[in-house]
Ligand binder design. Sequence first.
Ligand code: ZN
Length: 377
Amino acid sequence: MIWSVLFSTAVLIQCRSSKDIAAKESRQASIPTQKDHQHSDKILHPKNIILMIGDGMGIPQMTAGMYMNHNYLPLERCPVIGLHKSYSANDLITDSAAGATAFSIGRKTNNTYLGVDSIKTSYETILEYSNRIGRATGMVVTSTIVHATPAAFMSHQSGREDYEAIALDYMDIPANLLIGGGKKYFERRNSDSLDLVAQLRKNGYEVRDYFEQDYMNYTLPDVNKLVYFTADGDPLPASKGRSYLPKAAADACNFLKNKSEKGFFMMIEGSQIDWGGHANDASYVYTEVIDFNKAIEKVLDFAAADGQTLVIITGDHETGGLAINPGSKMGELVTAFTTNKHSADLIPVYAFGPGSASFSGIYENTAIYTKMMQLLK
Ligand SMILES: [Zn+2]
């Protein structure tokens, strides 16, 4: 009796996984892939670079997202995979500020530092550089736009939680497009009475927000500079109704495409994978991984059609020490966490498009900056 139950369970699992595998094969046959010439070393200088960061997204988060999404994630379309060493200047376990600063200025710095090295010297970020050489730039995130990861690309501070000071750094921002939460740090400030929304408008930005216009029904206007606030503070988790990231990622590609004939640099962050890890909430983790991958799908579709866009997808660090334990099945995982903080895991890097070949191998997180800069020059 027991054996027959076990046997039928095993058959059931097998049927489910072979169905998932067959579905995956037919899906792969129809998905636009990187063209062969894009993979070769002949085209070393992509016109556009899109860096996609899953905050707290290590191998376990991707695995959980994949097995909870019918054995498939769009990031599997990337033909090149590498691994980066995520540690910061003062800790084997990085935080998001030092992690993103490694990508934005190519230097290991101390945890909590943004856009500065470990002795607080400021360096031009890759986004600021891109702007200076005439490329269009933008960021799309599911946290506030002043949170550590985006702030590392546009701000120079040693305190990642000085949100109002970071917002002030954005006043001479070199970005054409910003989409994310955090309007209150611009509009109703505690440290001063400045109205930074009014200041943004004065600096030539069109400023819109979730309150006056639902993003899902919003068509980005044909303006040169745009800020759209998706929330007053932190945006909602995807599981509680946030849905803007995939549309915003696609919109941003098209918005930035025509802004400069030299191309664009954009950073897109799936910010809340990390928050699920800190909460030791596996369902929060994989719903955010799946939502981020919907954005990856849109961006890879854009890059495949465009043929001149390099897409790099990585995480800054792993969060939670997530494990997928025995007893797990496809679509039904038994998970455990070893910490509610970050871990020191190596982090995968996926690349797609012209210049992608240089992202294979094992390297420091700072090398992601160096490789992107070589391709931008
Ligand atoms: Zn974190």
